[in-house]
Design a protein around this ligand. Structure first.
Ligand code: SF4
Length: 333
């Protein structure tokens, strides 16, 4: 599907007509121009001939956890992955990729191992939401939440990421409230500050993963560029500007950042910040990195004693490689 071509084709149509079409494609999720019976036949035929509404994607279902992974082939043949998490409480969260691959090489992340292919366009980001919206329509439900936690660092594709957020939020399109949209960054501080100044209501998550620079540098090469203090200062700025609570993601890696002293040090570092820690025990293929239950519990106890709010991420979709940091081009379409 080519949205730019669609815009081009409709540029001389009256505003109401464009709205009708946008509604049909991005709100009612029509997959066939002939379903748009409110359009003149001539326009329908033109659209049918010029704009292919199909999306080249394939779904992989998780056997036990209500998660689905889609592999989508883009026009240039590149494959990207998108995940849908269907929660028992009725929420349907979609996890979007912002880049094909990623240049940042975090040590716990499968996507990082791939290296970077290219940035996704706004349209390619939106396409992922459209793909799963069509799937959910068939079971009479919709996307309720969006997280930018798939492949790539959204803040290294800032403009396209932000345009996609605006598109998904547009009430004439997907109409997903800003408060239902979250973005996760590895900590590109100047973009955290920039987002703070956008006057938006989306949720910010920062992948912090370490209580000091030394450990952070071992697991996240981006830490060579930004110190933890700089990062926390940008988070503080974000909170001051938006008054919104920030999620600090902490992937627990065995004997790297999961000791009690790490929990103590982290607590001191973030004390007083309007935030909560999301603990993510590593669950990737390298079982040597999986933390012991005892260490996870001790870590939680220390955060609790220090009155640092935290949650622990539920293991979703391990069997389809849809858990955090496991999005890779793993199958061919
Ligand atoms: S965790 Fe995110 S930023 Fe780090 S390598 Fe993976 S996709 Fe890139």
């Amino acid at each position: 599907m080519n949205l730019t071509k669609l815009e081009e084709l409709l540029k001389n149509e009256p505003g109401f007509r464009i709205k009708q079409i946008e509604r049909a494609v991005f709100k009612d999720f029509s997959e066939n121009w002939n379903d748009l019976t409110n359009l003149p036949v001539k326009l329908r035929n033109l659209l049918t001939g010029k704009i292919d509404l199909s999306i080249n994607g394939q779904i992989f279902e998780s056997a036990d956890s209500g998660s689905l992974k889609a592999l989508i082939r883009l026009d240039d043949g590149i494959l990207i992955e998108t995940v849908l998490l269907m929660h028992k409480d009725g929420r349907n969260t979609i996890c979007l990729s912002s880049q094909a691959g990623c240049a940042l090489g975090c040590r716990f992340c499968k996507t990082g191992e791939l290296g970077f292919k290219r940035n996704l366009t706004t349209e390619e980001i939106v396409l992922q939401a459209l793909f799963f919206s069509r799937y959910l329509k068939k079971v009479n439900t919709r996307i309720t939440n969006i997280v930018f936690m798939g492949m790539g660092e959204p803040f290294l594709n800032y403009d396209n990421f932000l345009n996609a957020v605006r598109f998904l939020n547009d009430e004439n399109k997907f109409s997903i409230g800003q408060r239902k949209i979250s973005v996760s960054t590895s900590g590109i501080t100047e973009k955290i500050r920039m987002l703070a100044d956008e006057n938006m209501q989306i949720n910010l998550a920062v992948s912090i993963n370490a209580p000091d620079d030394e450990i952070r540098r071992k697991i996240m090469p981006i830490a060579d560029k930004y110190t933890l203090d700089e990062l926390i200062s940008s988070i503080r700025y974000y909170i001051e500007k938006t008054n919104r609570r920030v999620m600090l993601e902490y992937v627990l890696l065995k004997e790297i950042n999961d000791f009690p002293e790490h929990a103590e040090k982290l607590s001191k570092k973030i004390k007083g910040l309007l935030c909560f820690v999301n603990l993510i025990p590593f669950n990737g293929d390298d079982i040597g990195k999986r933390p012991l239950i005892k260490n996870i519990n001790e870590f939680k106890k220390i955060l609790s004693n220090n009155k640092i709010p935290f949650t622990q991420r539920y293991r979703f979709g391990d069997d389809i490689k849809a858990a955090c940091g496991q999005l890779v081009f793993s199958k061919n379409l």
